[in-house]
Write a protein that binds this ligand. Structure first.
Ligand SMILES: NC(=O)c1ccc[n+]([C@@H]2O[C@H](COP(=O)([O-])OP(=O)(O)OC[C@H]3O[C@@H](n4cnc5c(N)ncnc54)[C@H](O)[C@@H]3O)[C@@H](O)[C@H]2O)c1
Ligand SMILES: O=C(O)[C@H](O)[C@H](O)COP(=O)(O)O
Length: 388
C-alpha cells in the first residue's frame, strides 16, 4: 500500500441510507482541501453511531489494488484519478464517488451508473477563480486593455459559455470589452452571439472554457473538443491574437500550436497541457505564460469543491450537513471594484508571473517532469478569490 494517512472517527449516525456496516470507509485524494474538517465524526456522524475511517493518499496512488484491499464505501477524488472499470472492477463496496472538480473527463459515469454507484462533482466551484486567472493573464500581458477606447475596442472571444465562460464574459463586459462567444449547446444570447469561425478570426484574445470531449468513447459529444484548436483553427487566428487555455490540455493540438507560435510569434498562455503532467521544454520556451494547472486554485475555489462533494455525500447517506466552508475561510479583502479603480494593484491581487517562474524553474533535461508538476500543485500557496 502507498503512503497513507488513516484517521478513525467514532460518532452517531442514523442515516436513511446507512452503509452496510456501521463503519464508513473513505478513500480520498490527500490534495482535497480541508479533508479532515469536512469528513469526520462531527460532520458526518452526528445523528447515529458510526465510525468513519479516512484513508488519504496521493490521487495518482489510488489504484485498483488499494481499493481491492481497503474496500471503501466512498471514494473522493480530484482530476488525476481516472475512474473506470479497471479501477473498481474488484471493489464491491463503493457506493459513492465524489470528484472535487468541475471537469469530469476522468470519470466513466456510464460505468458508475451501471454499477449503481452515485457520482457527484463540483460544478462551477472555481468559476470566479478561473475567470480571474484569465483576466490576470490578459491584463498582465496587455495592460493597455484596462482602458479600451471606442476606436480600439478590446474583443474577447470565449469558446464555451458555461459556468466559467459566462462568468468571464461578465467581467469582460464590466471592463467595457466586447464579447464574442460560441457555445453550440446553449441558446443564442447576448454573449453566445457568434460562430466558431467568427470568434477565432475576430478576437484580440481567445479563452477556452469547454469540457474535454471526443467523437466517441466515454466522453462522446456531438461537438467534440479534442483538438478543437487544430492547425487550421490556429491558422485562422490573427497572429496578434492572444490564446489562453485553462480548460484541458488536449483541446489544443500541442504539436500544431508549437508550429503556429514559431510562424506567428503568437502570445499563448497555458495552464493545462496536452501531455500533462509532463511538459516539453521546447513548448514551454515558446509560451508567454505557463502555469501548472492552478487556474482554479484559490482557497475559495478549493473549499467550494470540497463543500459540494461533502453536501452530495450527506444527501446520499441522508446526513444533515454540519460543516460549512464559511467556518474555514479567513476574511477576504480582495475586491474587484478596488482592482478596477487601481489596476496597478493587479500584482498584489495575483502575481501570475511568479507562478510562471516557479514552473519554468522545474525544467530540466528538456522537460518538466510529472513529479515536479504534481509537487508544484500540491504545495501551491492558495490565492484568494476576488469578490465580484
Ligand atoms: N485549469 C483549471 O484549474 C480548471 C478549473 C476548473 C475547470 N476547468 C476546466 O474548464 C472546463 C469548463 O468549466 P465550466 O465550469 O465552464 O464547465 P461548464 O460545463 O459549466 O461549461 C462548459 C460549456 O462548454 C460548452 N461546450 C461543450 N462543447 C463545446 C464545443 N465544442 N464548443 C463550444 N462550447 C462547448 C457547453 O455547452 C458548456 O456550456 C471544465 O470542463 C474543466 O475541464 C479547468
Ligand atoms: O476541473 C477542475 O475543477 C480543475 O481542473 C481542477 O481543479 C484541477 O485540479 P485537481 O483536481 O487536479 O486538483
Amino acid at each position: 500500500m502507498p503512503n497513507t494517512n488513516v484517521n478513525t472517527f467514532t460518532g452517531n449516525n442514523e442515516s436513511k441510507e446507512t452503509p452496510s456496516t456501521r463503519t464508513l470507509t473513505i478513500v480520498a485524494d490527500s490534495n482535497i482541501a480541508s479533508l479532515d474538517e469536512f469528513f469526520s465524526t462531527q460532520t458526518l456522524g452526528q445523528d447515529a453511531a458510526l465510525t468513519v475511517n479516512i484513508v488519504s493518499v496521493a490521487g495518482r496512488d489510488i489504484t485498483a489494488q488499494l481499493l481491492a484491499e481497503v474496500q471503501p464505501d466512498v471514494l473522493l477524488i480530484r482530476s488525476v484519478t481516472p475512474i473506470n472499470a479497471e479501477l473498481i472492477v474488484d471493489n464491491h463496496s463503493v457506493r459513492f464517488v465524489g470528484s472535487a472538480t468541475i471537469g469530469t473527463d476522468h470519470v466513466d459515469q456510464a460505468y458508475l451508473a451501471e454499477r449503481n454507484i452515485t457520482f457527484a462533482n463540483a460544478a462551477g466551484c472555481s468559476k470566479h477563480s478561473v475567470a480571474q486567472y484569465v483576466l490576470t493573464a490578459i491584463l498582465t500581458l496587455r495592460p493597455q486593455y484596462w482602458q479600451p477606447s471606442s476606436n480600439q475596442p478590446v474583443v474577447l472571444g470565449i469558446i464555451g459559455l458555461g459556468n466559467i465562460g459566462s462568468t468571464l464574459a461578465q467581467y469582460a463586459a464590466d471592463l467595457g470589452w466586447q464579447v464574442l462567444g460560441y457555445d453550440p449547446l446553449l441558446p443564442a444570447s447576448a454573449f453566445n452571439n457568434a460562430s466558431f469561425d467568427e470568434v477565432i478570426s475576430q478576437s484580440n484574445a481567445i479563452s477556452l472554457h469547454v469540457p474535454l470531449t471526443d467523437a466517441e468513447g466515454m466522453n462522446r459529444s456531438d461537438y467534440p473538443t479534442h483538438h478543437l484548436l487544430n492547425a487550421a483553427a490556429l491558422e485562422a487566428m490573427p497572429a496578434d491574437s492572444l490564446l489562453i487555455n485553462s480548460a484541458r490540455g488536449p483541446v489544443i493540438d500541442a504539436a500544431a500550436l508549437e508550429d503556429n507560435i514559431e510562424q506567428t510569434r503568437r502570445q499563448v498562455v497555458l495552464d493545462v497541457f496536452e501531455h500533462e503532467p509532463q511538459i516539453a521544454e521546447q513548448l514551454l520556451s515558446k509560451l508567454a505564460i505557463a502555469t501548472p494547472h492552478i487556474a482554479g486554485y484559490t482557497l475559495e475555489g478549493k473549499l467550494r469543491g470540497t463543500q459540494m462533494i461533502y453536501d452530495a455525500l450527506c444527501e446520499k447517506f441522508n446526513v444533515t450537513p454540519a460543516q460549512s466552508m464559511h467556518n474555514l475561510l479567513p476574511v477576504n479583502m480582495y475586491l474587484w471594484t478596488e482592482l478596477k479603480e487601481y489596476p496597478d494593484r493587479l500584482i498584489k491581487f495575483y502575481d501570475i508571473m511568479q507562478d510562471d517562474k516557479l514552473l519554468r524553474a522545474k525544467a530540466d533535461d528538456g522537460q518538466v517532469n510529472g513529479a515536479d508538476f504534481d509537487q508544484l500543485r500540491r504545495d501551491y500557496h492558495l490565492r484568494r478569490e476576488w469578490q465580484f
